[in-house]
Every structure is written in structure tokens, then in C-alpha cells.
Design a binder for this molecule. Structure first.
Ligand code: ADP
Ligand code: MG
Length: 721
């Protein structure tokens, strides 16, 4: 039985207001859970009231008086009550009619948050119940009123919490008709309350236990639906066909390994083995390779690509930006050395590496497409341009996606569908955002994971400091001195800004405009005219034409002794991912409080790559203690896993997978991947059993419907991380 439409459950006006909270169906309304609960509180003595407390007092009305306010036609009612120990004022705006109700001598309970106005403590718009005149006081009724649990909903100005609450009141009788994603047998085996009970209790709890049981059940639902879908995808992947690609042991990969200038780390070897055994199988590899910035993921990817080439196929590496694609192209060719070939016909035994990006000139693009289609290109490096239909591979065996969070799940799916013969290529996804194991289990249950947990030997440590520029302008001057000192040693520096700036077209959000923040264009000019006048400055941001960006990057990467080399690069976050300039030793991040924890960690991975100790200066003018704490945390550790756990733990509740609690719908509203691992584990076991028995979910229509409604949380999570 389908739930009735929202507009038939609440008034049309309310339905419109709910739409602003992204609530358009009756089920979405029922799944709009309270953000928190308030209690009226225990009865409090008037003498011991503290400002800010939510209290319930039992008191008698002393006086009641209404007077006009400055707002024309509006009156203010002031009621003074006492409990014998003290006095309290209750205020009501525009509700003069209450004067008759709250007559002197009436007794009742008054509940609200204690405020203060001109030295007098008051409750504004308290809730209250009055004892019928002449009645004895019923102690139970007093206690019941005081202990009632009041749900507080995510709300908007147009639709305050109490109005959301009354809309939900109208929908609650329909709770029994919400499709249940969890089969009854699973529910019973897991000791969960029924769905209608959970919905009723989360909205209208009688006790703490009600809230606890309801939340537990609803969290289980979320975990169960997500796991069922991910495990189904995993199973479906197992059943699709990929060409096995096993390296021969005496081809180009073996020659590459023999020529490597360094030994592989244990993690690189292990990841290589994982990948080798995956791609030798008849179903597509679906592997996530995660590792700190600088942990050496590229060489792992190159070895995987060479194995596929050796087995007769092609590999594609997908990078999130043109700058990165070009860097990968150049560094892969350098890494291959004499093994790197070029063009349609390359040296025997050499591997043609082909670049394809959107900004390439037509003739170069045509040439690249030809190399790809003919099969001459062994390794293809590119951007989104690779996803276009005009790109036809002769025999695509492996897709490597670098820095996965810049690609949506959809885009990945498009590339892995690029095999002509109905088989699917193997997939390796690389991310430098360390994902805590618990998160990986929850949101990447369809992928296998390899982790590079150590950095290659000889890597110099990065030291980070928070520079509080607002307290001490001298500190900022010291930053520039430090940069000049490094440059004098032949090293390079990054100065990273949160925005481009420089012209009217560059408008951030309104609050960004209001606050002064550093734009790269302006800071570049300022530094050139002032503290960094003595060094060679460059500017890099996303609005520059890509030839210009390339030229700047090349000059920054060039030896400091060369005449047109750049010493200091003032840049936006275009340098965030993958950019590799080994001689860079310092990074100053301006307005560092505007960056996320993981992003800062990524950024500073750009320095200290060439055996030189790295220094990261986190400049901030913010006095906000929580911003300062975040920055201190980043400065205190270079353990990306620790930082990513910290990042998750400080994000607002409900924001874990990127959905704003303020109302955007998400399929993970309650589940918190760090804290709720037990629930995820239990849900996963049950979900696996369901997927094994009924992979199409034919017998579980509720589950099928819930999966269809799954939002792309994972993409959101990755975008935000
Ligand atoms: P990321 O994981 O951030 O992509 P890269 O693949 O760019 O890291 O590697 C960072 C640097 O470490 C590169 O300059 C690379 O040549 C070097 N490197 C990779 N593996 C090793 C190793 N086993 N020993 C020494 N240096 C290595
Ligand atoms: Mg990389």
C-alpha cells in the first residue's frame, strides 16, 4: 500500500514550506528525524535559576500586565510569577489574550530557557500548563509535564521546529505504511523494534529507551540498505567478465623492475601482488589503492599498467586535472626511461605512452585518438576527455583512476564500460585521502583495499607550524623571510591561497566576500612589490589558459640555476593533487583555516619530496578556537589516517557522509561510520545472506525501493574529504 501524497497529509502551504527542507513525500517527512531532544527539565527553585538553563518551574502568578510596544499594534505581556523563593518574569509578544488566562493567583508550571533582560531573569514565550483553579496539585501530573521529551527538528525560518513537529504529527498515523527495507526475519534475529514503532518513538519518545531503540533500529536500516547495495555490486562484478591479464615474467614489466633506481617498499610490493593476482582472474579487479601523499602510488600503478601491456592490452590513467595529466604523462615517460616509446610505431619492446586532454589542438588530438584506437598506445594518460564516446580503445584492459575523489561514481562507470567485446576492464582507484578502515568498510564495501602505510626510505619529515598572523604581524614577515632563506639555498616555495581574486568576476560566497581573504592574484602583486621582491615569483590558478599554466609549472619545476626558473609559486589549490617538484621545501598556506583538514594534509605533501626537510606554515588570521584547534591538529601529526579520523569526528553530526543536517536528504542520516561500526558489521552479515539468497531482491520489495532511493553519498563523502 503506497503512502498518500504529502500534499494530502499536510496543508498545501506546509507542503510548500517543507519542500525547502527537501521534503517532498510523506516518507521523507516521516524520515525527517529530530536533530536533538529537549526536556522541560526538573522542577527548579526560582532562587537557583541560571541564565541559559532550560527549566521548568512551579509557581504562582503575582501580576500580569500588557503594554504597547514600539512595533505598532503589537503588545507585550509581562507576567511575574513566584514560588516563594524568588521571582521570574514571563514575557509574551503579541499575545495579549493570555492576560486573562494568566491572572494573579493562578498556579502552574512554566517551562523555557532562562534569559536576562535589564538584570531581571525571564522566560520568553514559555510553555505552560495551569492547574485548574481550586484543584489540589497532582504530583504525577507535575512530574509528567516536567519530564516530557520534546523533539527539536532541523528547521528553516519559514518553518520552525514546532511547525515541522505538527506536520509530522499528521503523518505519524501512516507510519505503518512506510515500506520496510529490513526483512522480518532479519529484524527478529537482530532484536530490532518494528519500523512503525521506531518511527513513532523517534518522533514522540516517552523515554530515553524509546529514543535509543528507535535510533538503533533506524541506523541499522541505513547500514543494511547501503551494505546490501554494495555487496550486490560486488557480486555483480564477480559475475561480469574481464580478460585475465597475467604478466609473463620476462617482458616489459620485468625489464622495468630491473631498471628501477630504488627498491620498492614492502607496501608497494604487497599492493603489486594484490593487483597481479586480481588482474589474472576472469572478473574485473575493483581495487582501491590508498596511501599517503608521497607514498609512491604512481610506481604501483605503472607496474600494473605494464603488466597489462605485457599481456597484450592497453591501460588508461585518468587524472582529475590537465596539470596532473601532463605531469603523469611526463613522469611516466621519465620512469619508463628507454622503455618509453612514442607514436604509432615505436621501438620493439617499447611502450607507447599517449596523452589525451581536452585542451589539445585538433591535429595532436586526432593523432592520440588514432594511437588509442589502433592499439599502438600501451599507456594512455588523460583527463575527462578520455570519457568521451569518440575515444575508442583497441583493447582496454585496465583503468587507473588517480585521486578518486574528483571523479564521481558515474564517470568511473563510463570508463569501465569502454570495452568493445562486452568484457569489462580491470579497475584500480587511487586515493591520497587516507580512509579509516571503518569508513572503507562502510562506504567502499564493494572494493578491495590495498594500503601503502609507509613512505619510501630517505623521505625527509615535514614540520608544520601554525602562524597566527592576527596576533603578531611580525610572524607573517618572518614567513616571507623564511621563504627568502630557502630560495637562497636553491630551494623552492609554494604560497597557497584559498581563492583567485584580482577582479570583480571572482566572487565567493557572500561571507567570503565580506571577510578579507587572500586572493592569489593580489597577494602575488603584493609580494612582488614588497617582501619577496628579491625572488622570482610565479602565479598559478585555475582561470589561466592551460598553456600558460603548463609554462608556469615547467618553470617552477626547472632547476633553480636556469635563467627563467621560478622560485616561489603563488597558487590556488590547483597544486593540491599530485604536483611533484622535488626541490620545493617550504609551503605557506594563507587563510589556512579556510581549508579542510584533509586538504591541508594533501597540500603540504607537495613539499619535502626531494629528500629535503619540508616546512609547512599554516597562516591564519582567525581567532575562532575550533579553527585554531583544527590547525594545531594538522600541525601536530603527519599521520594521514589519524587526521582523517579526526576530521570525521569533528564534522557536524549527520554530516559524516556529506549531507547537510539542515535538511538535504541523504540515505545516511543517523549512521556515523566511526562510532557505529558494530551496527555496520551486523548489518553487513545479514545483507550478505540476503544478497546470496536473492541477489535481485525479488522477495524484499522494501529493500529494493530503499536501494533505488539511495543517494550518491559516497561521491559526496569523497568530494568533501
Ligand atoms: P603519491 O603516492 O603521492 O602519488 P608518488 O608516486 O608521486 O607519490 O611518489 C612520490 C615520490 O617518491 C616520487 O618522486 C617517486 O619517485 C618516489 N618513490 C616512489 N617509490 C619509491 C621508493 N620505493 N623508494 C624511493 N623513492 C620512491
Ligand atoms: Mg600521486
Amino acid at each position: 500500500m503506497a503512502l498518500p501524497a504529502l500534499a494530502t497529509v499536510v496543508t498545501p502551504k506546509a507542503a510548500k514550506a517543507l519542500a525547502a527542507l527537501d521534503i517532498t513525500t510523506t516518507e521523507e517527512l516521516l524520515r525527517h528525524y529530530p536533530r536533538r531532544y529537549a526536556r522541560r527539565g526538573d522542577l527548579t527553585d526560582l532562587a537557583s535559576l541560571r541564565v541559559g538553563d532550560t527549566v521548568t518551574v512551579f509557581a504562582e502568578v503575582l501580576s500580569s500586565r500588557s503594554r504597547p510596544t514600539r512595533q505598532r499594534g503589537r503588545t507585550m505581556l509581562e507576567v511575574v510569577v513566584t514560588d516563594g523563593t524568588g521571582r521570574l518574569t514571563l514575557t509574551f509578544f503579541g499575545q495579549a489574550w493570555r492576560e486573562r488566562q494568566l491572572a494573579a493567583g493562578r498556579r502552574g508550571m512554566f517551562s523555557g530557557k532562562v534569559g536576562e533582560f535589564r538584570g531581571t531573569r525571564q522566560l520568553s514565550h514559555p510553555e505552560y500548563v495551569l492547574i485548574p483553579a481550586g484543584d489540589d496539585i497532582d504530583a504525577d501530573a507535575v512530574a509528567a509535564f516536567a519530564s516530557e521529551i520534546i523533539p527539536i527538528y532541523p528547521a528553516t525560518a519559514a518553518l520552525p521546529s514546532w511547525r515541522v513537529s505538527s506536520c509530522i504529527e499528521l503523518a505519524l498515523p501512516l507510519a505503518g505504511q512506510v515500506p520496510d527495507p529490513v526483512p522480518d526475519s532479519v529484524r527478529a534475529a537482530s532484536g530490532l523494534v518494528t519500523l512503525p514503532a521506531a518511527l513513532r518513538h523517534i518522533h514522540r519518545p516517552q523515554s530515553d529507551a524509546d529514543v535509543r531503540d528507535a535510533i538503533h533500529r533506524l541506523k541499522f536500516d541505513e547500514a543494511f540498505v547501503l551494505q546490501a547495495e554494495l555487496l550486490r555490486r560486488r557480486q555483480e562484478n564477480r559475475q561480469s567478465v574481464a580478460q585475465p591479464r597475467a604478466a609473463t615474467g620476462h617482458g616489459v614489466l620485468a625489464r622495468f623492475d630491473a631498471g628501477l633506481p630504488y627498491p620498492l617498499t614492502a607496501g608497494q610490493v604487497a599492493a603489486g601482488e594484490d593487483i597481479a593476482s586480481d588482474i589474472a582472474r576472469g572478473w574485473p579487479m575493483q581495487r582501491l589503492l590508498q596511501g599517503e601523499v608521497g607514498s609512491g602510488k604512481t610506481v604501483v600503478a605503472v607496474r600494473a599498467m605494464l603488466a597489462v601491456v605485457e599481456a597484450g592490452g592497453q591501460s588508461a590513467l585518468l587524472a582529475p586535472t590537465e596539470v596532473l595529466a601532463q605531469q603523469h604523462f611526463a613522469s611516466i615517460r621519465t620512469l619508463l626511461g628507454p622503455l618509453a616509446g612514442e607514436g604509432i610505431i615505436s621501438e620493439p619492446g617499447a611502450v607507447t605512452v599517449t596523452l589525451l586532454t581536452g585542451s589539445m589542438a585538433q591535429p595532436a588530438k586526432r593523432q592520440a585518438l588514432l594511437e588509442i584506437a589502433s592499439g599502438a598506445a600501451g599507456i594512455v594518460v588523460g583527463t575527462h576527455a578520455l570519457l568521451q564516446d569518440s575515444v575508442q580503445f583497441a583493447d582496454l584492459g585496465l583503468v587507473v583512476v588517480d585521486e578518486q575523489h574528483r571523479f564521481g561514481v558515474e564517470q568511473r562507470a563510463r570508463l569501465t564500460a569502454k570495452s568493445a567485446d562486452g568484457t569489462r576492464p580491470h579497475l584500480l582507484v587511487m586515493t591520497a585521502t587516507p580512509i579509516p578502515r571503518t569508513v572503507a568498510m562502510t562506504v567502499f564495501a564493494d572494493l578491495d583495499v590495498s594500503s601503502l602505510t609507509e613512505l619510501p626510505a630517505g623521505r625527509a619529515p615535514i614540520t608544520s607550524h601554525v602562524v597566527a598572523a592576527a596576533d603578531q604581524p611580525r610572524h607573517l614577515a618572518r614567513v616571507w623571510e623564511r621563504v627568502v632563506e630557502e630560495v637562497a639555498l636553491g630551494r623552492k616555495a609554494y604560497v597557497v591561497c584559498p581563492r583567485i581574486g584580482g577582479e570583480a568576476g571572482d566572487r565567493g560566497s557572500p561571507q567570503e566576500d565580506a571577510a578579507v581573504s587572500h586572493g592569489a592574484v593580489d597577494l602575488h602583486a603584493e609580494l612582488q612589490a614588497g617582501p619577496l621582491a628579491s625572488v622570482r615569483l610565479g602565479l598559478l590558478h585555475g582561470r589561466m589558459p592551460s598553456e600558460e599554466k603548463d609554462a608556469v609549472m615547467r618553470r617552477f619545476a626547472a632547476e633553480a640555476s636556469l635563467p627563467d626558473s621560478i622560485d616561489v609559486l603563488v597558487a590556488t589549490t590547483v597544486v593540491e593533487v599530485g604536483v611533484d617538484v622535488p626541490s620545493a621545501s617550504v609551503m605557506a598556506v594563507m587563510d589556512s583555516d579556510r581549508f579542510g583538514v584533509s586538504q591541508l594534509h594533501q597540500l603540504r605533501g607537495r613539499v619535502g619530496r626531494g629528500g629535503l626537510p619540508g616546512l609547512c606554515l599554516l597562516v591564519t588570521e582567525s581567532a575562532d578556537p575550533s579553527a585554531r584547534e583544527r590547525l594545531s591538529m594538522v600541525a601536530s601529526t603527519t599521520d594521514g589516517f589519524a587526521l582523517s579520523e579526526y576530521d570525521l569526528s569533528v564534522r557536524r553530526e549527520g554530516d559524516v557522509l556529506g549531507a547537510e543536517q539542515s535538511g538535504r536528504t541523504s540515505s545516511l542520516r543517523l549512521l556515523q561510520v566511526l562510532q557505529d561500526q558494530d551496527i555496520v558489521t551486523a548489518a553487513r552479515e545479514h545483507a550478505q545472506a540476503v544478497v546470496d539468497a536473492d541477489p535481485e531482491f525479488a522477495d524484499t520489495p522494501g529493500l529494493r525501493a530503499a536501494i533505488a532511493a539511495l543517494s550518491s553519498d559516497r561521491a559526496e563523502f569523497l568530494e568533501k574529504s
